[in-house]
Design a protein around this ligand. Structure first.
Ligand SMILES: NC(=O)c1ccc[n+]([C@@H]2O[C@H](COP(=O)([O-])OP(=O)(O)OC[C@H]3O[C@@H](n4cnc5c(N)ncnc54)[C@H](OP(=O)(O)O)[C@@H]3O)[C@@H](O)[C@H]2O)c1
Length: 228
């Protein structure tokens, strides 16, 4: 059985990743910020033999390092950096602390988590690092402006993933920077075009197709390439 680690696993896309991967016979290491608040995830875990829950605040580097130590003997085939935040921002109305917080959670944490778990990923069979980004991080696609905080944190995530794709190739690790679509979750809101099931089903297909030869791409859940 292969193993996948998912961050932000208690709700939205993270929860759906846990559900679909566990149904697909993966061992799932489901990480969430506060287990006591993760009711649905706990119920899912009780019903399934292949899900383990761990507490991880991705904004806390000590927490990341401690979890990596705790899981040092595991092989992690697929790491999914999914946890993320959206803070609204318009000209004249930007909270700079929230901007820094967003960089910490959306950009820096995926790097820190990947670095912390590099051994476990290198020791696995599939060796894949995935970050859930957004099309809003595409500079090419930015024709409407706004969302300074979110857009820039995801653009920086894309840039970080591109460097990572070169730097960890020699470990045999492939990377994929994935846009989930506009999805009906707490973040996406009810106006989203697709539900979490469709988004995650599509993203898992793209992750399955990922190899070292096609590593370093920026695509959406349906496999459509996005310009950086
Ligand atoms: N939904 C969309 O339309 C859409 C579109 C493009 C990209 N995305 C991206 O997809 C990913 C998942 O989004 P979603 O729609 O599922 O959002 P969501 O429903 O708001 O869920 C966000 C998840 O991230 C977790 N999280 C936030 N800060 C964290 C921290 N410091 N430590 C650990 N976990 C933390 C949340 O945990 P708590 O419950 O503890 O807060 C929650 O599990 C994000 O990276 C987002 O940017 C979403």
């Amino acid at each position: 059985m292969n193993t996948v680690l998912v961050t932000g696993a208690n709700r939205g896309l993270g929860y759906e990743f846990v559900k679909q991967y566990s149904e697909g016979n993966f061992n799932v290491l489901a990480c969430c910020r506060d287990i006591s608040q993760a009711k649905n995830l706990k119920t899912l875990t009780d019903e399934s033999e292949n899900i383990e829950i761990y507490e991880l605040d991705v904004g806390n580097l000590e927490n990341i390092k401690n979890l990596s130590k705790q899981l040092q003997d595991k092989e992690i085939d697929i790491l999914i950096n999914n946890a993320g935040i959206y803070r609204s921002s318009t000209v004249g109305n930007i909270n700079y602390d929230e901007w820094l917080e967003s960089f910490k959670i959306n950009t820096i944490a995926p790097y820190q988590i990947t670095e912390a778990f590099l051994n476990q990923i290198s020791n696995s069979v599939l060796k894949k690092v995935i970050s859930i980004t957004s099309k809003m991080g595409s500079i090419d696609d930015n024709t409407s402006g706004g969302s300074y905080i979110y857009r820039s944190s995801k653009t920086a995530l894309n840039s970080m993933m591109q460097s990572l794709s070169h730097d960890i190739k020699h470990h045999g690790i492939a990377t994929l920077t994935l846009h989930p679509g506009w999805v009906r979750t707490d973040m996406g809101g009810m106006g989203g075009w697709i539900d979490a099931y469709e988004s995650v089903e599509g993203m898992i297909k793209q992750i399955k197709k990922l190899t070292l030869d096609n590593s370093g791409k920026y695509v959406d859940y349906a496999g459509k390439s996005i310009n950086w």
